[in-house]
Design a protein around this ligand. Structure first.
Ligand code: CMP
Length: 139
């Protein structure tokens, strides 16, 4: 059964361009409640661990370098069927394929620098949330 939480990051490209406010506004306008949120930065080791599932992919090095190059916003979000609802809101991984009205259509520039992350399953949402937040930081 789908749970009601997902995990997101506003990635370094979107933070650098000043899009934190615009993206959070789209998220809350779409009906998500913010459970946890912080501005933080991944170390290279953090990014390697977070994206370990992609370690055999050709873009892994580029992904780790990108995700650790500057601050990100990490957040846990709540809404019915949160994982699927949030992936619909952010749009396709490649912004060239992202639907009108999605976060990536508006703010992403390439398949690598795609502005936001959204968990792909309830299981990963829980793992990724625990990677960034202690239980006492969930409200
Ligand atoms: P996300 O889905 O948040 O997590 C995996 C990330 O890998 C993805 O966003 C992209 O940022 C990145 N990614 C996926 N495919 C490619 C690719 N072909 N080239 C570069 N980066 C990629």
């Amino acid at each position: 059964m789908a749970t009601n939480r997902t995990f997101t990051m506003i990635k370094p490209d979107a933070v650098e361009k000043g899009h934190i406010g615009g993206i959070i506004n789209m998220i809350t306008e779409a009906g998500f409640r913010i459970v946890s949120m912080k501005l933080t930065q991944l170390t290279v080791a953090d990014a390697q661990k977070f994206y370990a599932v992609h370690s055999e992919r050709p873009f892994y090095g580029e992904l780790v370098e990108f995700m650790s190059r500057g601050p990100i916003v990490a957040a846990i979000l709540e809404k019915d069927n949160a994982v699927e609802a949030f992936r619909t809101l952010i749009g396709a991984t490649n912004p060239a394929d992202a639907a009108e009205g999605t976060i990536r259509k508006k703010y992403a520039t390439s398949i690598g620098e795609n502005a936001v992350h959204g968990s792909d399953s309830d299981e990963n949402a829980a793992i990724e949330s625990a990677f960034h937040f202690a239980g006492r930081e969930e409200f």
